[in-house]
Write a protein that binds this ligand. Sequence first.
Ligand code: IVH
Length: 716
Amino acid sequence: MSTLPDPGARAAELRDQLRHHEHLYYVLDAPEITDAAYDLLMRELKALEAEHPGLVTPDSPTQRVGGRPAEGFQKVAHSRPMLSLENAYSADELRAWDTRVRELAGDMPVRYVAELKLDGLSLALHYDLTPDGRANLLRGITRGDGSTGEDVTSNVRTIKSVPLTISPEKLTKAALLEPQQTLFESSNPQSDPAEGVRPAGQAFEVRGEVVMPLASFQRLNLDRERDGLAPAVNPRNAAAGTLRTLDPTIVAQRRLDFYAYFLLQNGDYLAQGQQATLDALTALGFRVNSHRKTLATVDELLTFIAQAESLRESLPYEIDGVVIKVDSHPTQLRLGYTGRAPRSAIAYKFTAQAALTQVQSITVQVGRTGKLTPVAELAPVFVGGTTVSRATLHNADEIARLGLKLGSWVKIERGGDVIPKVVEVITDPDHPAGHTDFLFPTTCPDCHEPVHRAEGEVDFRCTNIDCPAKLRESILHFSRREVMNIEGLGEAIVAQLLDTQLIASVADLYALNLEQLLTLERMGEKSATTLLSQIEASKQAGLARLLMGLGIRFVGERTAQLLAADFGSMEALAAATQPDLERVEEVGPKVAAAALEFFANDRNRALVARLTELGLKMTAEKRIRTDQLAGLTFVLTGTLPTLSRDQAKEKIESAGGKVSGSVSKKTSYVVAGEEAGSKLTKAQELNIPILDEPALLALLDGTPPDISSAEPHRPE
Ligand code: IVH
């Protein structure tokens, strides 16, 4: 077909043409040739490569689908953690965030970049620079737990909007035009990139979101239905599942897209800011969402959010909000992080989406405390990005309040991570009214013993202390990630362990052995060994988690932590009196009574004794609380040399002091670090004593700082 004598040159030409057309089609949505013309070029290249195998390059467009990873996906550490974002659900929450950003930024610039929040999963792409000045895709890594992800390169290569290679021209174009600080800073600033071979620059990393476009999602579900499989619930899950498929040919058949939003070099974000990052990514040939804007004020942000919300229905992919990022990199650094999220960005989540559907039946679930919860079984309906087929009805009163019957049409709402909710029963003429009243059961659906509703309570409970459903649910609760974190102890296994009577309480878990586990269905040696080591490891979970796991009424995560930190051991807690308990922060008469009742019960005491014998850790670090800073209010500003803001706050608060966000006449001390902003000036104006970190530590130590201005400021 080609008249060119040199097959190598023709192959190179074809590769460039194919890449160009892929970019037009998959990144810019603006193809210039027909699919048939593209196929023709591809076929010619494949034929050439087949004839001359030496011409195949790893970054050739023919090489998107390669072999499957031999041993599943390898775990890889991220160059810097992939964090998550705090959420805002209303204009007020967004305004509060903006106020805080400006407060912390002091006199540094605050401008925002607003982007759509794509409902997919985040992915990190590593690129390497080749000696001939190109950048080649090295690796694609899922977010995983944020620190370590899975190497899914073989699948990522099949995503056509991910460039396998980036030309030297594009790398040059993406270089940000600030003198001395180009994007691909060379190690040798003298050499001229225009001279052909570029100096070896630094490798870089691109982060963004993988989504499954709605059309692709619908096609997938048609295929699944045809094959008699359950439909995928939403595009996000489908994208995640696809990316973790072991066969890249399957991945290649489902269209996934990648939208880039971060660029990192040496694990650092681009110094030029977010707007410049998005422009550089575009120049590099990545797909960057076109709905984005640099904005100055909250009102402008809210306008953008409203526009995005009205756009939502017409987009070919799912979005669940708007991500707002502080543009300036120095300001981002100043704002820092809280736990797992940067303070310089926030996700504004859209409000609930609603849909109408019909109640097919109502089932009743028994919880670990014996509480009966009615659940509406619905005709499946797609709402807020997920197929919903069940919704909790909470209790009998709620069913009465809604006027809900079997066959009723209901409006359900789902917003963000929120569980679907039945908002109202539809009574218009277009929707037939429900036909049968639901009668709340008088016996437990699991053990058939009578149920009882205590005076003044809304919930019915199963009265049988040995109800198998209660036991099953309490064991599942015990093993949850937030509780004792026994991975692999899911519903199916717990049900089998109970059925075969291998366990009758959580303590029995610790007496299980390999032979016993191997008798269970679908339990291989490997999973059995893993499960045993998970159970063993959970012995060290500590007092707070164990207290949560025991299921003392009203004792959730926070209360368990406060009790554990205060008493330090199970023994001390079990011996506590009502007044002892009520002395603990946030513990009132109700919680205190529940704890007393728990430890007064012989069965519970026996369970705790047995868990102690089995070697579970029954202690926690005891917090020593003092009150030497009681009555004093501190304001923190700037970066302290060793303490993070949160650590400083924690120290002040455990010594009885208060930490406030702004300086006023009521402030006793301002603690200032490097790059302290307007708060420091304000403190000087108001004559409020200023402490550095050593002075704060001395104050906490009980040694007053030896500077004369260190007497706390007292409001007149
Ligand atoms: S920025 C600090 N930008 O939303 C890391 N995330 O709720 C924040 N997401 O894990 C990432 N679109 O998976 C960012 N334009 C966008 C996004 C986006 C969707 C996802 C991402 C992240 C989650 C946080």
